[in-house]
Design a protein around this ligand. Structure first.
Ligand code: ASP
Length: 358
């Protein structure tokens, strides 16, 4: 488990594009349908400054931990640290971010499901929350039964990127190269059920290859290895890859969205590169253990909604090719509805693909 470096706080066990711009939900569903063809550390986010009203019935009166299921410095971590600061100010309490890596995010989710349901342990997770029940037959929690949703946070496009010395220079060349070199090409992911894994499945399904996948505890360290040449290529969120693409530290073959991403204007879409089937976006949301009181959930939702209107959050997400969701999606109702529909959408797709973590 990653430790929060500011406080050492751990998970407390129980005593027992603009999305509108990029039509994100549409492309997410499209990506999922394409898969059906598949056969084959950091510091605390911020200190409280007493800016909020303290939430429901005295809550919060202690430090809140947001658990991130992947490595520090990766895309999920980046989004979490961005929103933690204005949430902290709104709630009038310190929020620390803790990275609990492993098994495509399921280790962290399992720990939060079993944590004290008091609003002081919160989970940030992404699309992997909806695919884990099918990918992991022995999952020790139920995403719908063992959590309450707080609200959706962002929708993030993905990019297909490679080490600069990797031979192919375009998506077409990549397809030809992996087809000819199926046995030697390596693909990085953040574990089974991670967005990078799911996007890789889509790619391999579309191209008709089975590549050697190299798992990491998050795409932060995967990107480091990719830049260093230890692994050839991967598909990851713009919130992790934009800086390296803009700096020319990696080559970018495509964005997995129907339209180009505003701050990566030279990167073609997968459709332009001849792989229209590979369309994929990543939604994120916040969760608490199922028995958390409703007024505590309401306080967290209110703080999330304030954070998503924070100009710094909006600007920084835009710089990374992403955007906060609209306020009516940063609610438990919209979040639960999406989670349920995504579980239903992905289950038959993954079963047909024959992918499991066992
Ligand atoms: N979001 C990344 C993935 O799912 C992992 C990470 O945040 O590090 O691949």
């Amino acid at each position: 488990m990653g430790q929060d470096h500011a406080t050492g706080a751990g998970v407390r066990p129980r005593a027992r594009w603009s999305p509108t711009r990029h039509r994100a939900w549409g492309f997410l569903a499209a990506g999922a349908l394409v898969l059906s063809a598949c056969t084959g550390g950091s510091d605390a986010s911020s200190g409280a400054d007493g800016g909020g009203d303290g939430g429901a019935d005295g809550y919060p009166n202690a430090t809140i931990t947001i658990v991130v299921p992947f490595s520090a410095g990766g895309p999920t971590d980046t989004v979490t640290r961005l929103i933690a600061e204005p949430m902290s100010a709104e709630l009038g309490q310190q929020i620390v971010v803790q990275n609990v890596e492993g098994a495509g995010g399921t280790v962290a989710a399992g720990e939060v499901a079993a944590a004290e349901p008091d609003g002081y342990t919160v989970l940030m997770h992404h699309i992997g929350m909806s695919t884990a029940p099918t990918l992991y037959p022995d999952l020790p929690y139920d995403p719908l039964e063992d959590f309450k949703t707080i609200g959706l946070v962002t929708e993030v496009p993905m990019t297909i990127i490679a080490n600069n010395d990797f031979e192919p220079n375009t998506l077409e060349e990549l397809v030809a190269y992996v087809t000819e070199n199926e046995d030697t090409v390596t693909y990085a992911n953040a574990g089974i059920g991670a967005a990078s894994h799911l996007c890789g499945l889509l790619f391999q399904s579309a191209v008709g290859v089975t590549l050697t996948e190299v798992p990491y505890e998050g795409t932060g360290p995967a990107l480091t290895d990719l830049v260093g040449g230890q692994v050839d290529f991967m598909c990851d969120q713009t919130t992790n890859t934009t800086g390296q693409i803009q700096a020319g530290e990696v080559k970018a073959y495509a964005v997995t969205t129907p339209e180009r991403v505003a701050n990566l204007p030279d990167v073609p879409t997968t459709e332009e590169g001849g792989l229209a089937e590979v369309q994929f976006g990543v939604w994120h949301g916040l969760y608490v253990p199922a028995e958390t009181p409703d007024d505590v959930v309401a306080a967290l939702t209110a703080a999330l909604q304030v954070a998503l209107k924070d100009q710094n959050v909006i600007d920084q997400l835009a710089d990374l090719g992403a955007a906060p969701v609209a306020e009516d999606r940063a609610t438990p109702e919209a979040h639960t509805e999406l989670l349920q529909s995504q579980i239903d959408l992905w289950r038959p797709i993954i079963e047909e693909a024959g992918v499991t973590a066992s």
